[in-house]
Design a protein around this ligand. Sequence first.
Ligand code: GLU
Length: 460
Amino acid sequence: MKTRFAPSPTGHLHIGGARTALFNFLLSRNAGGEFVLRIEDTDAARSEAAYTEDILRALDWLGIVHDGEPVFQSRRAEIHRELTERMLAAGKAYHCHCSQERIDEIRKSALERKEKPRYDGKCRNLGLPAAPGSVVRFKSPETGETFWNDLIKGPVSFANEELDDLVMVRADGLPTYNWAAVADDHSMGITHVVRGDDHVNNTPRQILLYEALDAPIPAFGHVPMILGGDKKRLSKRHGATSVMAYEEAGYLPEALANYLARLGWSSGDREIFSMDEMIKLFSLSSVGKSAAIFDKDKLDWLNSHYIKESSPSRLASLLLPRFEEKGYANPGEKVLEEIVLTVRERGKTLAEMARKADFYFRKTLTLNPGDAKKLLTPEGKDILRSFVEPLRNAAPSDEDFNRLLETLAASRGVGKGAVAQPLRLALTGETASPGLSDIGRILGPEVVTQRINAALEHEA
Ligand code: GLU
């Protein structure tokens, strides 16, 4: 088995493309086959090296590993030319001299008659030579039926009369998508073509091209589309669609990979799969026939799961660049890991964790005026003042800190929360935070004292 992922570098790798890549990867690894990456960059005007970079980075990040070097379609012109010659020599293709105006005219009148535009075959049997501005067309069979047993959709067939003589090579000498894909899949020995179902209409044309080449026809599988929660095709309107935007937003690669696999594929009612488990269990027969719905809550749930499973040291190294980006000094591995432990359960993404840990790093805190007004009343400040002495020299243990809260609360006849909240606001700038004794330990007595004093000076 040899599968491929064949993205066009005309945009960032998006969720749908990444899922197609993943399915091809899982399929071939499951069968002990090969998985190759082909960058379909023949359209020079729309292709950009930066997008190729993005695709490679995103696949690498997700752990979707291709075999060998990536293949660039634009560098295979010689192979495309040879196969085109073969088709011409065998009488399976012909030079067409029809002008663009004529083609436009045919199109226009077909649309006026509410018919599907199709080339009328004017040059089909004229035996014309190549000429400047001419194109190469496929002599598509006019009768019969083209059938395949789709690996996902099941049996599919098209009447050949529906298909006109497609352009294989444009006037500028470049192969069209359908011809380049067949020429490459054939010459690269691809056995299984798995791609998005937006290509279903191309498949009968491609099968006819294989038949004309007298080449073995690969198996085809078309993966149903991904829809947003509103049942419309997934697009920017539904939020981020590019893979690297998910990295940026703080998703772990194994969470996104797991999520992408479950967009269409299932194995019982299980949700959590490592890459190795997916490789072991994957099969196209367990990919659903209907569209998959992108469910961000589920992705968040998986991400929280993988965050909780990650070691503090891994999370610390993933979070460090987020702190450095804000100009914060690296507090050292040990402190970072302690910080991680206090926010690990509090954020669904690395970005959220970083946001929740921000207060540890800030030189000065900005207190929300409403919270300050409520908590830093004369009485609140009085409570806050009573923490100065006990916290001045050392960070108390969890137990000692708890006792301190209890004593202060009892002496004032209020609840523990009432004494803790002014301190929480002073130390974090927030009214919800990790445990105060953890915070005291991580910040250290000096910063704690400084923050308490700053809050005491705060004019509400
Ligand atoms: N370059 C095509 C695309 O990105 C490839 C389709 C295919 O897999 O054949 O849609």
